[in-house]
Ligand binder design. Sequence first.
Ligand code: ADP
Ligand code: MG
Length: 288
Amino acid sequence: MSSPDIIVDINNLRRTYQVGDEEVVAVKDVTLTIPSGRFIAVVGRSGSGKTTLLNLVAGLDKPTSGTILFQGNDISEMNEKELTEIRRHKVGFVFQAFGLLPLLSAFENVELPLRISGTGVREREERTREALSIVGLVGRANHRPYELSGGEQQRVAIARAIVTKPPLILADEPTGELDSSNASSIFGLFLEMVRDSGITVVAATHDSTLLAMADQVNEMRDGQIVDQFEGSEISARMERAHSERYSVSAPVDTIPDEEPYESQPEDEANSPPETDEDQVNRFRRPGS
Ligand code: ADP
Ligand code: MG
């Protein structure tokens, strides 16, 4: 039995793919407890296993070995009917590319999961308005996705994920296609939803500037969780990494040529996007 304040309990989870003669270990013996009512980040460079981990938790993929207890029940032992129940009512998924249907209005996109689960017209209308209002988009209800900005489209996708009131939202690089100010407002929205409605959000990102908002940050590398810390530690970590790299006592030829990696807000709009590796390195402890 898992404790009531743990929503997902992952034990020795492994997912391997056979690619030709080679076995790719996408998720490697991950053990992780996800508490209820928290905003959890999973960070790591591209290929570190974030998407595979989220898909497994959503029941969209099957583990090679290990267990995932969702509210105490093992997802890998569930039949198709039980998995459908989880996907329709327990988990909302938000993707990097928004995934909205282009011919439907914002309202219709958000309403869709309620139609699929057979909710009646009046309740659909009410819940859809409520979800759009949480993301601040009631005024855009009749717009089609192409009439909305990227940030607004992602808000619609979040409204669609929360409209069934699932206890868990999984977001896979939800800010990957947004500029830094929209990215930070999407993370702010997640944080607000966690605080206001007690849901749990697990968001994968490789943008370390967003991590300060998370209650818990899990860093993945090569399919494993290699570090776990509180989001509030991020600025101290970045500062420590910075001062150790740029310490005055360091011999001149050990000081790297590149720009300091602490972003200045006024720089962000003009600077080229960082690579995955840059972003992960921004908060990594030197030498780890
Ligand atoms: P991330 O989301 O952090 O970028 P992924 O979970 O997508 O990482 O991928 C982790 C590793 O698993 C990568 O090496 C990737 O190439 C591999 N992988 C993911 N999905 C598949 C698949 N369907 N078939 C083969 N290899 C895969
Ligand atoms: Mg991914």
